[in-house]
Design a protein around this ligand. Sequence first.
Ligand code: GLA
Length: 730
Amino acid sequence: MRILFLLQAFLLLLPLAGRSAPTDTHITVETQRTALVIRVNKDGDPTVVHLGRRLQSAAEYASIPNNGKRAEDYTGIYNSAYTPAGGRNLLEPAIQVTHADGNPSLDLKYVRHETANVSDGVVLTTVYLKDPQYPFEVNLFYKAYQKEDVIEQWSSIRHTEKKPVRMQKYASANLYIPAKNYYLTHFHGDWAHEMKPEEVQLTAGLKIVDTKLGTRADLFQAPSFLLAMNEPAQEDNGEVLAGTLAWSGNYQLAFEVDPLQNLRVIPGINPYASEYVLAPGKELVTPAFLFTYSTTGTGTASRNMQRWARKHRIPDGEGNRLTLLNNWEATYFGFNEEKLTALFQDGKKLGVDLFLLDDGWFGNKYPRNNDHTSLGDWQENKTKLPHGLGYLVKQAESTGIRFGIWVEPEMVSPKSELYEKHPDWVLKLPNRSEYYFRNQLVLDLSNPQVQEFVYGVVDGIMTKNPTLNYIKWDCNAVIYNAFSATIGNQSNLYVDYVQGLYKVMERLRTKYPKLPMMLCSGGGGRVDYGALRYFTEYWPSDNTDPMERIFIQWNYSYFFPSIASCNHITDWGKQPIKFRTDVAMMGKMGYDIVVSKLDEKELAFSQQALKTYDRLKDVIWHGDQYRLVAPQKNDLASLMYVSDRQDKAVWFSYLVSNRYGSGSQALVRLKGLNPAKKYRIQELNVYPGTNSAINQNTAVYSGDYLMTVGFNPNVSTSRTSVVLEITESN
Ligand code: GLA
């Protein structure tokens, strides 16, 4: 009888076992549709109990069982909001430190939290944590961009112990997600094939995506990922989290399916070779981890991220950009004033806004005529440019276009005056021969003197040429020979380097807030929101074959907006100029071709295309992007941009297969239109001498029809790319 009673009592209590106690504190970080809820239990441990759709009533968060418990959590902190290592933790930590007295454990207890409105629709929640035994504090920051549904999370760490604390790990975030299954899409590649997606189902234990390259850090792996819950990622359905770490150096994204089958996500700086020595009273602020959560697939997640970036992150993200003609592939290192002046005229004839002078303009003792010398010697080469940059700027301007220039200020060639003068400014190891990446070495940006020099490269050019209007900032080497001649703790180098770089960029942006700047890194070796705080646009890849670019640009679009994607028309690939132009148009368009080699029709087409682009760019740059047909699984790639007011849209479709009969047999359903509005469809970029099948059709369709039934863009082997303008019609 007694046993029965006990059993009954146990069964009655069971549903309550994982519930919060009335004394628990709940910290809710909410956007319009998403909530991240931290529960502080009676012991003061901050734990994540919800990351997902926002509840209508915040009071109900208290009813959520602890960490979606499906069995016993031995430690009670599998779902820690910032897992400290060394005490009772059994899983991947977010932070691991050795205190000044040698104690290798950390405990982090809740002290208090506060919430503040940073600006319209942006709310910052700060959670203060402290070790009960040591003067060691961690603050967790959650910035919620309400309208964009994006949460930016980072931490700051400081202490007042008697001596420095050694930190083996110091992540930016620590999320916890209970679901049935987890599908991770990460993006990897190499030079000329950036951002190749790979989707894997996560299994029990750890999966790490990381880089150890230092600079040009994303060459093999991007710091951006998609995480689909329960089912593989879909464009318009299903739960998905899009995440990206805003850091231009070594990062680590850790995904751990824990013993309860819940997922722990711990992104941050890579602990590899980076035990960080933190002096008393100093603060380490970790990079921001950005994420958006969607219950309607990757489409919504991307639009959230793109909108957030335009509004809150990328300089002039809601503003204008310049079309340009770049000379890299037209001349490589072989140019002089005469050639360049002729190219200015070509640019003007074509109708672009700006001429961009690429690599090869500098160095005198060692002229930059190939990529083996001169980086660091940022003076005009007197043979190629006897009258200096000022003359070129004026010449360009008198031709009617602006002038911009390429620099690679973080780097140094072994054959350069800079290296001869300041060998201690270069990252290189004592007692070892130097390893070169693209024949060059990396400057030591942890050294304030080097920061001053790097700042001075751009500031010097701009001071002498105040109307120069574009900087392409390149970074072609990874960090080999990681050793600084001046830094105290070598294991701080990878972190200090990036912080040094950001210091320089911050100063430049403060002095030149309006200057358009392209972020390039031997192609797309550095595309992250840490750097994109300072750059108006990025170079996705040196691979400009338009067939390749359809895929590359598509994959970047999961995280980055079209206004920031530099898409150039070049001579890569076998496709006609129309195809190349149509692909470049789905972002920030530019050229890198020999204009004088275009035949009459090609030139006329390109001139008209630039005018058309001028008319459409507002929708392409500032509108919402909808991916319609994915190139990975279909004969075509199709995507569209829709204006905020849903009165205009631009729709791009490209054939990506050369199999017999491939094309758009089926109707393609449009997205993002207003079902109640009527729209007219008109083909653009029609090549001179050809006719559009679509323009014969003067019908007007409702948004409802176009999104339910669809429309055939008529892509085929004889119409390999099609651009359609969709305009509201009465
Ligand atoms: C890198 C860039 C190119 C070009 C060259 C110049 O490879 O990605 O666009 O600027 O450097 O050396």
